[in-house]
Write a protein that binds this ligand. Structure first.
Ligand code: PEP
Ligand code: MG
Length: 904
């Protein structure tokens, strides 16, 4: 039975708590309590709850009563162990470890061997019969304590110990003989006294008290704050402190320490997996000073402990119903488990393990769905490096934007563009990037920087562009002038040398590593049959099919071309939610738009529209054929016409040069007045969307006719066509009403002329805040709404979407103003509020209203749960994100509670 721990107390024995009490006991404390309840061999101890930390951080002191509670629990611990803390004859030693609700590895403090003093170290020498071990434990305590509790600089402490190194010709303190370590302890104590003006505390109770306070304070260090910002961990949780009897893995060959996983966290393969280090303490494993052996070898070294470990692992996995990892220590042949948690794993392992646990009847398929995420599925869809075939890894950095990129090194934008123009794939190598590097980033397939992390300019822009990026490769020195980079090991990369970047793990190789397509994508593409696929592809397929059976949200695709529409169908689209018709105005057809703008009078204008009509009709017919039986939402032209015309500055320059050199540029002279006429200072706020349809006569009518005639042609071929016409940038009902009348007129005319009426729904994009606020009235004239959250974000925040991601966001992300770009993940608080208002208002205005979203957020894993919760009917996203959206929609349907406010 689980006890409910009362908030009137601050300190709890391990035997009192359970794994459900992470808020109070922190993750480590809750799991220690759970293991104690399960009867696993956990050293006894107690947890000081997060409530005490929060009070300490607020007032600068421990709340009243905590000190007494600690004393009571310490006495109980001493009774259990049959030894007293710091007893000069035979001391009990304890560890003090941080442990917050969410794991923050390495961010907060740990202090080991508390209880050692000038006197009790002799007791430990006697009782352990191991002088080296006892003095080295004291040395560890002095060093750790001085650094974390007393703020003595690390260099001073290193220097105090290092005085002994030269004499003995060693490089680490453990290698010193016992007498030398004893002298190092004297030197450390002197350093502490010199630096703090006080001797190292010889009262074990005072050691404990100050250590607890230091751990609480470590919650607020800048690095811990930064980590929380990056991981979206709330700042006000505080940490718990776990006090535990020390056990020692450095007591000789029958002792040791290790980490173990109940399954392989890298591949997901079943079977206990881990590393063991004989005669060592936990930090030695982490520091990687000595080589560990695979856990399987423990079966030979110490079969009894190995058997105990395997049985504890199996008990834990059964109990937690998931992959667990543990830290353990063996002291003189006796096994102790120091920590467990549900283990982190790679994306592939997450899918494999979820399905294995279903097959082992440990969890249900619904639960399995909640064990994987859309972001993980996204990772499995990037191309990866295949066998390296001897291509050497030369450096590592931050895995900033996933994927695999192979190209020639270029050290600036000019070189990058030149190589790209010559047909090379390029990796742009910079110390860091700024907005001036954008042309080079656009020309490159991959970006490597030596400075900055996941929120650096390079990382943010690369992710936005979908390019592979490895940042912060600080072992590489870039010399842009000399056009070369040098690794720490002296390998030189000249401009033009081949580099391979793995942005999923952050590895840089010199040379060309072959890139292989993701088998998961090959499967979606229909290139890989399930019967030939490996267990990963089968796991993805099974969980996706389950998500499909559960989800209430429909999943549509944003697709403009027949090839995209075909992929959308293969990837599971139930319709096209956004066909951006302006993409059909590019390339060779651009000159038609030029002629439309330049036309003198309605007759010439009509002639151009007729030409465009023929082309658009063919485009739509092709998409309708591909999407046979499914709805296709065609959006009428949205962007300002000048986007299809030459740039004003270029044109002005050409005209001016022509005039100055007496060689007039006729083309420029002809276009210039028209381009000047339609030039706008803020085109995003200008003549675009529904306004274009109202101001440029015949444009929307032509597009509607093309849609209606294409629908008739394809229906005549025996296919099922469900066209929908969507009007962009609507702000008020009157706009939509006017345009709707025109559209309905054209639809009726086509039906009369062809003798065939194809039911066509007419709707509005909701992408202007005013439209969201006035949605009830707009819904009177709309059969459907589709949220254009790109524009809605731009207009709600007053952020120019084309500019801010490079110019402003890196700083905003670093400063913690955003945890993530609002163009990437929906700003639930602001834009989300408008969405909710528009859904409620819209349904009030038209109870049959169908509501979707087609902004980028429609494919963002974190935003999909919000859209499901807000009551949308479907999300629409780019074809490659469809499987992610299907999975997330399924997860949203089986998740126990709304995730609206859960930003983690
Ligand atoms: C939007 O604004 O969210 C949208 C889908 O339209 P576009 O990105 O084409 O402006
Ligand atoms: Mg838009």
């Amino acid at each position: 039975m689980t006890t409910t721990l009362t908030s009137s107390r601050y300190v709890f024995d391990f035997a009192e708590g359970s794994m459900d009490q992470k808020d109070l006991l922190g993750g480590k404390g809750a799991n220690l309590a759970e293991m104690t309840r399960l009867g696993l061999p956990v050293p006894p101890g107690f947890t000081i709850g997060t409530t005490a930390c929060r009070a300490y951080l607020e007032t600068g002191d421990l709340p009243g009563g905590v000190a007494q509670e600690i004393t009571v629990h310490l006495r109980r611990l001493e009774e259990t162990m049959g030894r007293r803390l710091g007893d000069p004859a035979d001391p009990l030693l304890i560890s003090v470890r941080s442990g917050a609700k969410f794991s923050m590895p390495g961010m907060m403090e740990t202090i080991l061997d508390i209880g050692l003093t000038d006197e009790s170290v002799h007791g430990l020498v006697k009782h352990s019969s191991d002088k080296h071990f006892a003095w080295d434990s004291y040395r560890r305590l002095l060093q750790m304590y001085a650094r974390t509790v007393l703020d003595v600089p690390e260099e001073l402490l290193e220097a105090a110990v290092a005085t002994e190194y030269g004499e003995w010709g060693v490089g680490t303190p453990e290698e010193l003989p016992a007498d030398a370590i004893e002298r190092a302890c004297t030197a450390l104590k002197q350093t502490i006294a010199d630096h703090t003006g006080r001797p190292f505390p010889q009262d074990p109770a005072e050691q404990l008290d100050l250590a607890v306070r230091a751990v609480f304070r470590s919650w607020s260090t800048p690095r811990a704050q930064l980590y929380r910002r990056q991981e979206h961990i709330p700042d006000d949780l505080g940490t718990a402190v776990n006090v535990m009897a020390m056990v020692f893995g450095n007591r000789g060959p029958d002792s040791g320490t290790g980490v173990a996983f109940t399954r392989d966290p890298a591949s997901g393969a079943p079977g206990v997996y881990g590393d063991y280090l004989q005669d060592a303490q936990g930090e030695d494993v982490v520091a990687g000073v000595r080589n560990t052996v695979p856990l399987a070898q423990l079966a030979t070294i110490d079969p009894t402990s190995h058997a105990g470990l395997v049985s504890a692992m199996s008990a834990l996995e059964h109990h937690y119903r998931d992959l667990c990892d543990i830290e353990f220590t063996i002291e003189r042949g006796r096994l102790w488990i120091l920590q467990t948690r549900v283990g982190k794993r790679t994306a592939g392992a997450a899918f494999r393990i979820a399905v294995q646990l279903v097959d082992e009847a440990v969890i249900t398929l619904d639960e399995a769905l909640l064990r994987v995420t859309g972001a993980q599925l996204g990772q499995l869809m990037f191309p990866r490096f295949g066998e390296r075939h001897g291509v050497p890894e030369i450096a590592r950095g931050v895995a900033a934007s996933p994927g695999a990129a192979v190209g020639v090194a270029a050290f600036d934008s000019v070189a990058a563009k030149r190589y790209a123009a010559d047909g090379w794939k390029v990796v742009l190598v910079r110390r860091e990037t700024n907005p001036d590097d954008l042309p080079g980033m656009l020309a490159a397939v991959g970006i490597l920087t030596t400075r900055g992390g996941k929120t650096s300019h390079a990382a943010v822009v690369a992710r936005g562009l979908g390019k592979t990026c490895v940042c912060g490769v600080d072992s590489l020195t870039v010399d842009t002038e000399a056009r070369r980079a040098v690794t720490a090991g002296g390998i030189v990369i000249e401009e033009g040398d081949m580099l391979s970047l793995d942005g999923t793990v952050g590895v840089v190789c010199s040379g060309e590593v072959p890139v292989v397509a993701s088998p998961v994508v090959e499967y979606f593409e229909g290139l890989l049959d399930l019967s030939e696929a490996d267990d990963l592809v089968r796991a993805v397929d099974r969980l996706l099919r389950h998500a499909d059976s559960r989800r209430r949200l429909g999943v549509h695709a944003n697709a403009d071309m027949p090839a995209d529409a075909e992929r959308a169908r293969r990837f599971g689209a139930e319709g096209i939610g956004l066909c951006r018709t302006e993409h059909m105005f590019l390339g060779e057809r651009r000159t038609l738009v030029e002629r439309l703008v330049l036309a003198e009078g309605p007759i010439e204008q009509q002639a151009v529209l007729e030409e465009l009509l023929v082309l658009q009709r063919d485009d739509f017919a092709e998409i309708f054929r591909t999407m046979d039986g499914l709805p296709v939402t065609v959006r009428l032209i949205d962007p300002p016409l000048h986007e299809f015309l030459p740039d004003l500055t270029d044109l002005s320059t050409r005209a001016a040069v022509g005039r100055a050199t007496d060689a007039p540029d006729a083309d420029a002279e002809r276009l210039l007045p028209a381009v000047q006429r339609i030039h706008e200072s803020n085109p995003m706020l200008g003549l675009r969307g529904v306004r274009l349809g109202i101001v440029v006569p015949g444009l929307f009518a032509m597009q509607t006719r093309a849609i209606a005639e294409a629908a008739v042609i394809v229906a005549e071929e025996g296919k099922l066509v469900h066209p929908e016409i969507m009007v962009p940038l609507v702000a008020g009902e009157a706009e939509l009403r006017l345009v709707r009348q025109e559209i309905e007129g054209v639809l009726a005319a086509v039906a009369t002329r062809t003798g065939r009426a194809v039911a066509t729904r007419i709707g509005a994009m909701i992408e202007v805040p005013r439209a969201a606020l006035g949605a009830q009235r707009i819904a009177h004239s709309a059969d459907f709404f589709s949220f254009g959250t790109n524009d809605l974000t731009q207009l709600t925040w007053a952020f120019s979407r084309d500019d801010v991601e490079a110019s402003i966001f890196p700083r905003y992300l670093d400063a913690g103003i955003f945890a993530v770009s609002p163009f990437e993940s929906l700003d639930v608080e602001g834009v989300g509020r408008l969405v909710r208002i528009a859904v409620a208002e819209g349904r009030r205005g038209n109870p049959d209203l169908v509501i979707g979203v087609c902004g980028e957020h429609g494919g963002d894993p974190a935003s999909i749960a919000f859209f499901a919760d807000a009551g949308l009917d479907y999300v629409s996203c780019s074809p490659y994100r469809l499987p992610i959206a299907r999975l997330e929609a399924g997860r949203a349907a089986v998740a126990p509670t709304s995730t609206e406010n859960d930003t983690r």
